[in-house]
Design a protein around this ligand. Sequence first.
Ligand SMILES: [Zn+2]
Ligand SMILES: [Zn+2]
Length: 388
Amino acid sequence: MKAVCWEGTKDIRVQTVPDPKIINPRDAIVKITSTAICGSDLHLYNGYIPTMESGDILGHEFMGEVVELGSEVKNIKIGDRVVVPFPIACGGCFFCKQKLTSLCDNSNPNAWIAEKLMGYSPSGLFGYSHMLGGYAGGQAEYARVPFADVGLFKIPDGLADEQVLFLTDIFPTGYMAAENCNIQPGDTIAVWGCGPVGQFAIRSAFMLGAERVIAIDLVPERLQMAKDNGAEILNLEELDVGEALKEMTGGRGPDAVIDAVGLEAHGMGPEGFYDKAKQAVRLETDRPHALRQAIVACRKGGTVSIPGVYGGFIDKMPMGAAMNKGLTFKMGQTHVHRYLPTLLDHIQNGAIDPSFVITHRLPLDQAPHGYEIFCNKKDNCIKIVLKP
Ligand SMILES: [Zn+2]
Ligand SMILES: [Zn+2]
């Protein structure tokens, strides 16, 4: 089959690889009909996530048709149209039973590597390094889905791929980020980063009762999309974001802040230079500029919600501000399985059509071009769907 393979930093190739096979009785093989490139794939593309190996198949946002089933998968049939959450979850462990599926104890065969860095390992993820399981991803013609009885969600008839594809990650991720803000009627939420997750965080914040959402970015077309989604917008290149937020909130600050940027933030001024220099020599693995700004801008007693991906270590965190202002921090990889059924209902009843975020549709063969334009924000690119 054809698959999008990581061959090194900024080196993505579409290659012919062996078809996946059923290995365990709870596996399924899915013939992929739509798959997407995610902002977090860019952290792999740019070489910031350790334990990638040449030939690794990328992709954790994919859907398709079930073509083969292991003997123990009883709740899904061959021919079913399914979406696949990006974390892999067993369904039976301590964490899965609490619906904390991105923390599953049984889905990362390489847990020992993650344990060295993090103490305990999160779940395995599709297409996201050997430290997180070494699973082949779904930017391919076929994928093997382990624990398929838990990891496949059947899609009802009448919904197009593009309406449901983002249930695999970015819609639940934006939704969990907003839910983590503990939104009360009248609240103002500030969102750093108007990429796809930021857009879904904006929409979700309104769905959960926020009165105002203020969106922060530097890319004009992303700010425009945020505005179309109902947010007030701030271009961080044009003004002092902290001062602007203070002014817009009567001097009090936003009730909750969302960092939908993560480890490759565009820093401004000497602090941005400091992070880039330290990251370049690997003294610091992540560039947390958005997070620092969000912590300082948040109102006293407010919440900092972090859906943006961090991989390792960060410097100069304003912990004094966080502690003395009494902030609450909420973060994590998304427990997609927990949110997926509710969000599918929202799509079915017309409350939201997630396809608004798509700017590009490309054949799988053109994935290297897709990564390049997405990474460099060329051609007004916000979200790419690949068609195998
Ligand atoms: Zn993703
Ligand atoms: Zn589990």
